[in-house]
Design a protein around this ligand. Structure first.
Ligand SMILES: *Cc1c(COP(=O)(O)O)cnc(C)c1O
Length: 395
């Protein structure tokens, strides 16, 4: 048996490697603290679970769902978008359901990238941008995201030769893994740039509700004329604690939405109707769980900032997402640091390189564990003298 060249062509999945190591440590009796996952620790809100129970009892929902989402789901999406961002999308032509935005990202790439085409993506970035591009036979071009550029790419630095072959450009704010945020002015630049070069712009908005200190994340569709060139992928996973349910949606350019739907209808048969009903309950129901969870993340963030500062790290409080993107101690690669954290302190943190070559010199720490557990992680770092020496970093 031999797997496809396609499969062999994608880079090794760093997370699988980490999982293996952390399982081995747990088997040795180590009490592993996982600060690697991006999965909310709180349960799905009660009213969403209740709606699912009710929908399950109705046999109408047991059949194949329609392609692209039920009329009710797409209408609820459009209404939510109107209420949340003040934007208008036509539920019939400018909305499609997604089995989570990961699926949407892959199928957007499948719909637009041919052999030899370029997909312009952020580095570091969510790994799917890169791997799905390679699976499609295309080539990723990396836009560097650095603390110096506030994790916002410089579009003007993209060479003309790249633009000539580019079909797609992907951005994501609030950002995973850097927690960078973008304002409407940046989105305006992105829209104008992609219009000028006739490149589909895909905005991955997985963290729209996970924002703090009064910050509210905009939709790229708030930019005038964005629908001419852009789509935006949304997910209920993070904001509604629904990672396991697999539901999201895409909005925007009707031609692109249609193309994604064509790919999807040949591969999947949409989302279980009962899950769509539950998601509608999420869109239309109370939002106090969002406030509750965001307060939890803020408490954890503040603890992390305080303790990391004590350990010498240069760290700023994040305004969105539940990720902290931190430099590795001077002289240490991201893989070395990740190994050190697990071997000495029993803490899992993904190395920055897992998110692209530009992630070298960084690691990601997520805030998906209870405050007490997080405090324990910092106690262990202090005990093993895992610190950041600012004086060494400056030379
Ligand atoms: C979590 C995440 C996704 C995937 O979300 P699902 O809807 O669960 O597939 C997509 N993009 C980014 C940036 C994410 O962090």
């Amino acid at each position: 048996m031999e797997v496809s060249k396609r499969l062999k062509s994608i880079p090794p999945y760093v997370f699988a490697e980490i999982a293996k190591k952390s399982q081995a440590a747990a088997a040795r009796g180590v009490d592993v603290i996982n600060l690697g996952i991006g999965d909310p620790d709180q349960p799905t809100p009660r009213h969403i679970v209740d709606a699912m129970h009710e929908a399950l009892e109705n046999p109408i929902n047991h059949h194949y769902p329609p392609f692209g989402g039920t009329k009710e789901y797409k209408t609820a999406v459009a209404e939510w978008c109107k209420n949340r961002f003040g934007i208008d999308v036509d539920p019939n032509t400018e909305v499609t359901s997604l089995i989570g935005s990961k699926e949407g990202l892959h199928n957007t790439i499948m719909a637009f990238i041919d052999q030899g085409d370029i997909n312009i993506i952020p580095d570091p970035g969510y790994p799917v941008y890169r791997t799905s591009t390679i699976l499609a036979g295309g080539e990723p071009y990396f836009m560097p995201l650095t603390p110096e550029n506030n994790f916002l790419p410089d579009f003007d630095a993209i060479p003309q030769a790249v633009l000539d072959k580019a079909k797609l450009l992907m951005i994501s704010y609030p950002n995973n893994p850097t927690a960078g945020i973008a304002d409407l002015a940046f989105f305006e630049k992105a829209v104008a740039f992609c219009k000028k070069h006739n490149i589909l712009l895909c905005h991955d908005l997985a963290y729209s509700e996970m924002t703090y200190d009064g910050y509210k994340a905009p939709s790229i569709m708030e930019v005038k004329g964005a629908k001419d060139i852009a789509i935006e992928l949304h997910s209920l996973s993070k904001s509604y604690n629904m990672t396991g349910w697999r539901i999201g949606f895409a909005i925007g350019n009707a031609e692109a939405i249609k193309a994604i739907g064509q790919i999807k209808s040949n591969i999947d048969t949409d989302i279980f109707r009962a899950i769509q009903m539950a998601a509608i309950a999420g869109f239309t129901g109370p939002t106090d769980h969002i406030t509750f969870c965001n307060n939890l993340y803020v408490e954890r963030r503040d603890l992390a900032v305080e303790r990391l500062t004590k350990l010498g790290w240069p760290v700023k409080p994040i305004k969105a997402t539940f990720y902290m993107w931190l430099p590795t101690p001077p002289g240490m690669s991201s893989a070395e640091f990740s190994n050190l954290m697990l071997d000495q302190a029993g803490i899992v943190v993904p190395p920055g390189v897992a998110y692209g070559p530009g992630g070298e010199g960084f690691f990601r720490m997520s805030l998906c564990v209870e405050k007490e557990r997080l405090a324990e992680a910092f106690d262990r770092m202090a005990k093993h003298a895992i610190t950041f020496d600012m004086a060494k970093a400056k030379v």
